[in-house]
Design a binder for this molecule. Structure first.
Ligand code: ZN
Ligand code: ZN
Length: 343
């Protein structure tokens, strides 16, 4: 099969012929229909996240089951599916409680094993991790869901618990941030979006943000706009300064959700405010397959429109260039880049 593979961190990925994967007893092989190109793939390629070399990245995908192992009972060849980026083992206490996103034995295609920048990709523990695609949801749209959109959905709904009329501050309007803006607005929240880029702020407005602000003096600006601070605030960028500012712009009893990765190690946060204002602090790590149906219903009925977040649609041969474009902080492209392999 064809796959985009690199042999050393930072070395140019190439489209090459590689052996097709074997099907695990409890897993499936998926024929990839579309795969997103995410900044996490760029981090792995640059060596910020250790992987086994040579490596095939790609962790946001949708496609058709090509083969199912003998232990798989819920899925068969021909099923249209997607999967979360963090796949649980299906057997531990966390998986059995529905929290596969924190499974200690989780597998992640594109990180712990070969990913979806390929014609075929393996998903382990398929009964626990696959999600059926409604007929009206295309592979390209579904490929936007598995990482950034689902992560934003869980951050806004499960951790943020936003209710209609609540103020939601979203710091950083990249893929995950714009997803949070759209989801918050669809749920009736009043969204304040923060970004240094005027183009990103404009996109946030188009996707439902009521107010947009530059990244200077954020806490004071949010307090003024919201009349005392946001009920929920999300760091969708991943920076120590932004995480601290997100806490400072909360209303009393507000909730901060950390979504952006902080690979640099421990981060100082204003814990004095957490105590005095009784703030809640959450980390959010994707979303388990069990929680997808609620999101998928809102996608299928048009309440959520992840297709609006899709940027360039490229072929598998365009993946190396899309990764290289992320060397610049803005990402080199507007919207989520998706490689389309089949109809
Ligand atoms: Zn598990
Ligand atoms: Zn991702």
């Amino acid at each position: 099969m064809k796959a985009v593979i690199y042999s050393a961190y930072g070395a140019a990925p190439v489209l090459a012929e590689v052996p097709a994967p074997a099907c695990p007893a409890d897993g499936v092989v998926i024929m990839v229909g579309a795969t997103g190109v995410c900044r996490s793939d760029w981090h792995a390629w640059k060596g910020h996240d250790p992987v086994t070399l040579p490596h095939v990245g790609g962790h946001e995908f949708a496609g058709v089951v090509a083969a199912a192992g003998p232990g798989v009972t819920r899925w068969r060849p021909g099923d249209r599916v997607t999967a979360p980026f963090a796949c649980g083992c299906g057997r531990c206490e966390f998986c059995l409680a529905g929290d596969a996103q924190v499974c200690p034995r989780q597998t992640q295609p594109g990180f712990t094993g070969p990913g979806s920048f390929a014609e075929l990709v393996v998903v382990h523990a398929a009964d626990a991790n696959l999600v059926a695609l409604p007929a009206g949801v295309s592979f390209v749209t579904a490929a936007c869901l598995g990482c950034r959109f689902a992560t934003a959905f869980r951050a806004v709904t499960a951790h943020g618990r936003v209710r209609p009329g609540d103020w939601l501050a979203v710091h950083g309007c990249g893929g995950v941030g714009l997803s949070a803006v759209m989801i918050g607005a669809a749920l009736g929240a009043r969204v304040v979006a923060v970004d240094v880029s005027s183009a990103a702020r404009e996109r946030a407005r188009e996707l439902g943000a009521e107010a947009v602000i530059d990244a200077d003096g954020v806490a004071a600006a949010v307090a003024e706009i919201t009349g005392g601070g946001a009920h929920v605030s999300i760091d969708a960028l991943g920076s120590p300064a932004v995480a601290a500012e997100s806490l400072r712009c909360l209303r009393r009893r507000g909730r901060h959700v950390q979504v952006g990765l902080l690979p640099g190690g421990p981060v100082p946060l204003p814990m004095d405010l957490v105590i005095a204002r009784e703030l809640e602090v959450y980390g959010s790590h994707g979303m388990a397959a069990r929680d997808y149906p609620a999101m998928m219903r809102m996608v299928a009925d048009g309440t959520l429109r992840p297709a609006l977040l899709t940027g360039d649609v490229i072929g598998l041969e365009g993946v190396p260039g899309a990764l290289a474009a992320m060397d610049s902080p803005g990402g080199g492209a507007a919207g989520m880049v998706v490689a389309k392999l089949t109809g």
